[in-house]
Design a protein around this ligand. Structure first.
Ligand code: FMN
Length: 187
């Protein structure tokens, strides 16, 4: 049984440390997991409640992509102590219709990465709150990667510190374990 994990990077930056962290997560997921790093936030238009019934194609694609995953792993940058606007905007789109959205009941793991010494832990905390309010099942433990600008081997998504790899592995394993009972029921 293959577990499908969709990894969403909250950054639009080419050399994003959050995207790198998700690429590192892909390497620890194992062969029985289909793992896709999705970097489509830049195509999502600003949410406007007036026009929410006229769903933009990029939003429909994002919702379908999330709906097709057994679990989602989101890595958020920290901007001014919280999650960046582009990620919040996409989650607002994904959260509609409230209570019956692709986020309702969805298993979601949370990571963050920052060059700062706390690894964007405030943003990770805020992301968990947003997801819970949207009805997602946020899987513990979250993981915040500190000093992320020097945490990878240069030019790669390979983490230098085995303790960071271990923490990331623990989170991915928790997501996989949480997804397995639902997969067993579906088969
Ligand atoms: C507008 C802005 C605000 C930021 N605020 C914070 C912050 O509150 N805490 C923090 O740790 N880093 C902060 N940073 C630095 C980001 O963590 C850093 O740019 C990081 O590389 C962004 O993640 P990314 O590489 O995945 O794009 C901020 C960066 C920007 C552009």
């Amino acid at each position: 049984m293959t577990t499908r994990i969709l990894a969403i990077s909250g950054s639009l930056r080419t050399d994003s440390v959050n995207t790198a962290l998700l690429r590192a997560a892909a390497t620890v997921a194992g062969d029985d997991t289909w793992f896709e790093v999705w970097c489509g936030l830049g195509a999502i238009p600003p949410f406007n409640e007036d026009g929410e019934d006229d769903t933009p194609a990029a939003v429909a694609d994002m919702r379908a992509t999330i709906a097709g995953a057994d679990a989602v792993l989101i890595s958020t940058p920290e901007y001014n102590g919280s999650i960046p606007g582009q990620l919040k905007n996409a989650l607002d789109w994904a959260s509609r219709p409230y209570g019956d959205s692709v986020l309702t009941g969805k298993l979601v793991g949370v990571t963050s990465a920052s060059p700062g010494e706390y690894g964007g832990a405030w943003a990770a905390e805020h992301l968990g709150k947003v997801l819970r309010i949207a009805g997602s099942q946020v899987v513990d433990p979250s993981f915040s990667l500190p000093l992320a600008d020097v945490a990878f081997q240069p030019g790669t998504a390979v983490l230098r510190d085995p303790a960071h790899t271990a923490a990331l592995t623990e989170l991915v394993a928790a997501l996989q374990a949480a997804a397995r009972p639902a997969l067993a029921i579906a088969s």
